[in-house]
Design a protein around this ligand. Structure first.
Ligand SMILES: O=C(O)CCC(=O)C(=O)O
Ligand SMILES: [Fe+2]
Length: 363
């Protein structure tokens, strides 16, 4: 019998064993049935892109002579893919390196040490797995540690690892860098959409003062990568997500408009930006919050760091008033009072609902 209960939501997860421990202790040469994802991995075609995914240069956006051309590139990247590789982003190498080293250092700790940051019942925050709501649910080939970083009062420091000793400093610095970067990137996304003056200031300010959560993903090497999935296809619920990959190991794939899975190749020093559902709603569906997933491979473990960036409560979450006025189009989504209400609706939307969350907001 399914142990799923009525009213269960995504803000809750059952403890399951760490994939890393499973691999370390048993050194399996096959994937356990609970991880078989043949339905998902086999579904859909996979394609390598000859011309590559869009690259956006933040330096060019900041520099007035090159801005308008780069805004056109940004506009088409957000429309076509909802994902782009951000280069020349200005985040110092030192902070990035320190964060990557500390996340890898945490991953390499003995299990009992990592368990000091284990998720507590009733919350997704901490070390564990996301969204496990029944004992017979299929699992993902992923362990993670998920921590709230901004605003500072939202931090649950009891879950922040004390080991490696510089982990906390690295995360604090990194999330601060991501907060500043997100506000800048969102400003240009707003400009690309045609937003200006007061509304552009409100948008930028709301991300400057917004909510930031960091999810560090660990995908061990997998004996049967074609049978398992690192992360199931999903669209992020955030405004935008900033993704840093710790090594040179591909794994992230994005769904193209014509429904092909396209591998996002890691670019050393680059940051992958993907739009979340809040921006899809804000753009009245002009921009995409793309479905993406993580696949695993046989030889190498992979580590990624996703920062989910949300606007502060000062921004209503609905189609941009300026955009509606400029296009004369009707809103396709309802407006919720802020990202808190948006998240609440998302969390109470049951996992197994056939309708994607964003469609429940359609007018
Ligand atoms: O590991 C990756 O590349 C994807 C991570 C991701 O999509 C997420 O954490 O939401
Ligand atoms: Fe994601």
């Amino acid at each position: 019998m399914e142990e799923k209960e009525e009213g269960v939501n995504l803000n809750w997860t059952l403890p399951v064993s760490s994939v890393q421990e499973l691999v370390r202790q048993r050194q399996p040469d096959a994937v356990a049935p609970r991880y078989f994802r043949d339905d998902i991995v086999m579904a859909g075609h996979h394609r390598e892109l000859s011309q590559g995914l869009p690259r956006i240069d933040l330096g060019k956006l900041m520099d007035p002579p090159s801005r308008s051309t780069e805004l056109c590139n940004l506009h088409s990247a957000c429309r076509q893919w909802g994902l782009f590789l951000l280069v020349n982003h200005g985040v110092l190498d030192e902070g990035m390196r320190m964060m990557k080293e500390n996340v890898q250092g945490f991953v390499d700790l003995p299990h009992h040490e990592k368990q000091k940051s284990a998720q507590k019942p009733g919350s997704l925050e901490g070390y564990g797995q996301a969204f496990v709501i029944s004992h017979d649910q299929k699992l993902q080939w992923n362990d993670m540690i998920f921590l709230k970083c901004h605003p500072a009062h939202a931090r649950n420091l009891d879950l922040w690892p004390k080991n490696p000793p510089e982990f906390r400093i690295a995360l604090e610095k990194y999330s601060e860098d991501m907060r500043k970067l997100a506000a800048e990137v969102v400003k240009y996304i707003g400009m690309a959409l045609g937003i200006h003056e007061g509304e552009l200031d409100l948008l930028t300010k709301s991300f400057g003062e917004g909510k930031y959560e960091v999810r560090m993903n660990y995908y061990p090497a997998c004996p049967e990568p074609e049978r398992a999935i690192g992360l199931l296809p999903h669209a992020d619920i955030s405004g935008i997500t900033l993704l840093t990959e710790c090594g040179n190991i591909p794994g992230l794939q994005v769904l193209s408009k014509d429904n092909c899975w396209v591998t996002v190749p890691p670019v050393p020093g680059g940051i992958v930006v993907n739009l979340g559902q809040i921006m899809e709603v804000y753009s009245n569906g002009t921009y995409r919050a793309p479905d993406h997933r993580a696949v695993v491979n046989k030889e190498k473990e992979r580590v990624s760091i996703a920062t989910f960036c949300y606007p502060s409560p000062s921004l209503p979450v609905g189609p941009s008033p300026q955009l509606l006025a400029a296009t004369g189009l009707p809103p396709i989504y309802q407006t919720l009072s802020n990202s808190g209400e948006f998240l609440q609706c998302f969390l109470s939307h049951k996992l197994d609902d056939a309708v994607p969350f964003i469609d429940t907001l359609k007018l």
